[in-house]
Design a protein around this ligand. Structure first.
Ligand SMILES: [Mg+2]
Ligand SMILES: [Zn+2]
Length: 174
């Protein structure tokens, strides 16, 4: 079994923009490559798990999403980071039917577990919303970080709330 680092996309990998699908609007968050390298060197597999209800809403197509995803994977590669797989939920309960993949449901995490034999209990998730953390907890992930750059949250079920990604890998180095 392998340990994994699960990352939410919008608000963790890139600066959140509503219904983002264009490469030119995609800006990586400071510290994301360092965070990935840190855990990659420790042997963690890296995954992105993202709700993309913009697809159900028709704001962009699945094809638009794939194009951006392929570009993003290449950018990670340029930084010597291998993102194993990107799991996404294209649904929205008001439009498509309810599903098991939309966070806070743990569907995407459980799928990764099955597909790659992941040791969820010893894996890590970084999210920017409480629903990311809830998905992780439902999947049995114990180490979770809520990335709260704007310091909006004063309470979370996450192991820790951090306002910089650097706080995750620099503290763990000590
Ligand atoms: Mg997010
Ligand atoms: Zn879904």
């Amino acid at each position: 079994m392998k340990r994994a680092l699960f990352l939410d996309r919008d608000g963790v990998v890139n600066i959140e923009i509503n219904y983002l699908y264009k490469v030119e609007d995609f800006k990586f968050i400071e510290g994301i490559f360092e965070l990935c390298k840190y855990y990659q060197n420790l042997g963690y597999m890296i995954f992105v798990v993202t709700n993309q209800s913009g697809i159900a809403r028709g704001y962009y197509s699945e094809d638009d999403f794939y194009k951006l995803t392929l570009w993003m994977i290449e950018e990670f590669k340029k930084n010597t980071i291998e993102v194993k797989k990107i799991y996404f939920c294209p649904h929205h309960p008001d439009i498509s039917s309810t599903c098991n993949c939309r966070k806070p449901k743990p569907g995407m995490l459980l799928e990764a577990k099955e597909e790659f034999d992941i040791d969820l209990e010893n894996s890590i998730l970084v999210g920017d919303k409480e629903s990311d953390i809830e998905a992780a907890i439902s999947a049995g992930i114990k180490e979770t970080y809520l990335f709260d750059e704007k310091k909006i949250y004063n309470k979370s079920k996450a192991t820790r709330i951090v306002s910089k990604l650097e706080e995750i890998y620099s503290v763990n180095t000590k």
